[in-house]
Ligand binder design. Structure first.
Ligand SMILES: Cc1cc2nc3c(=O)[nH]c(=O)nc-3n(C[C@H](O)[C@H](O)[C@H](O)COP(=O)(O)OP(=O)(O)OC[C@H]3O[C@@H](n4cnc5c(N)ncnc54)[C@H](O)[C@@H]3O)c2cc1C
Length: 337
């Protein structure tokens, strides 16, 4: 990548300068592909792109966006996004805050703090190698700590909010850094305060159980079992995972065994879209009815058209409209039902 913009002092966006801090180049780049930075492998370019690796760099990136009146998008590993084929007309910030630290709080518990850019996979590895258990329930799920807190990462009954005790967030409008607790996030299924896009995650602190070697060996086994289970049930590439979030109980009336049927895949399975419905290079996975895959040459427009057909089919047959879990980036108008 060729750096195009230095932060702050240069008003000219085409000036080629780099600030060097901590021996790391910190620069803003122009016209950077997002296609190779998301799991669908579709979409256009970011007008501007920056990878801050410290809080101060993050602040400077926010000031740059404010000074140039740019829209902002914070990118993790791109495992839960669909980027418009026209790209993102603003500044994409991909935090590289990669530190992990442990603080002992009792014989049983420890606090683990991780930067927003740490991958969940690396974090789980780190935990298990330090005899800390809990997060292995999220084994095999792609993404960063930032993306996971944003959506309140979930797998069966486990939510990331069960473990998070505090965090550092940066306010978009001021660059102020706040230390906040679990309640501040107003977590729910697929919900956190970060969805308001007024604050961005810098670090998250999780309370985890200290484990004996035998308990840790069990946790390694649990991780392997989850990964094996996931490999059989879900596609592992060219997808964003579940395209639609499950329904909230008050959105559905159909019950099964006395329970509200909240699972979108249940409705899509009844319609029979799995492995069948296609638009261009986009196809409903043959493994899971709520997952769309790029078979190789899909555009984001193909994926959206397919998703819209899935919504329409569920609406026609069941009177409810699935809503995306996948975050839609760079679209001028809302492109779904
Ligand atoms: C194969 C596959 C399987 C999956 N399985 C699951 C699953 O079982 N359970 C589940 O919950 N999810 C699942 N997902 C979805 C995805 O893994 C999660 O949503 C993950 O947390 C996305 O993290 P990311 O870093 O890739 O975020 P991105 O996709 O890059 O971004 C997602 C959202 O998070 C926001 N964000 C990212 N970092 C920050 C930050 N620092 N501050 C504020 N906002 C931020 C972005 O702005 C964006 O709105 C799956 C995805 C795939 C591809």
């Amino acid at each position: 990548m060729q750096p195009i913009v230095k932060l702050k002092q240069t008003p000219l966006l085409n000036e080629l300068t780099i600030i060097r801090r901590y021996h790391q180049p910190f620069a803003i780049y122009k016209e950077i592909s997002l296609q190779d930075k998301n799991w669908f492998k579709t979409g256009g370019d970011a007008k501007f792109f920056v990878e801050p690796s410290t809080e101060n760099e993050f602040k400077e990136a926010l000031s740059f966006a404010a000074d140039h009146n740019l829209a902002l998008f914070i990118l993790g590993h791109g495992a839960n996004i669909l980027v418009s084929d026209q790209g993102f007309d603003g500044l994409v910030i991909r935090p590289q805050l990669q530190e992990i630290s442990i603080q002992d709080i009792s014989d049983q518990q420890a606090l683990l703090t991780a930067g927003a850019g740490v991958s969940m996979h690396a974090l789980i590895d780190f935990c298990l190698s330090h005899n800390l258990v809990g997060l292995e329930e999220f084994s095999g799920i792609p993404g960063t700590v930032g993306g996971s807190v944003y959506i309140n990462l979930h797998y069966f009954q486990y939510l990331v909010s069960h473990f998070l005790v505090s965090a550092q967030v940066i306010e978009k409008s001021t660059g102020n850094i706040l230390v906040v607790d679990n309640d501040w996030f107003q977590f729910g299924y697929n919900r956190s305060k970060l969805l308001e896009h007024r604050y961005y995650l810098l670090t998250a602190t999780f309370e985890l159980q200290k484990a004996t070697d035998i308990q840790t060996a069990y946790a390694y086994g649990r991780r392997a079992e989850i990964v094996r289970h996931r490999e059989q049930r879900y596609p592992a590439s060219n997808t964003c995972g579940s395209f639609f979030r499950n329904f909230y109980e008050d959105e559905v009336s159909i019950t099964s065994n006395g329970k509200k049927m909240i699972y979108v895949a249940y409705y899509l399975d009844k319609i029979g879209v799995k492995g069948q419905l296609k638009v261009g290079g986009a196809q409903v996975s043959h493994q899971h009815a709520n997952m769309i895959i790029n078979t190789g040459n899909a555009t984001s427009a193909d994926i959206l058209q397919l998703a819209k057909s899935m919504q329409q089919l569920v609406l026609d047959q069941f009177g409810i409209i699935p809503q995306p879990e996948c975050q839609l980036i760079g679209f001028k108008d809302y492109p779904l039902l």
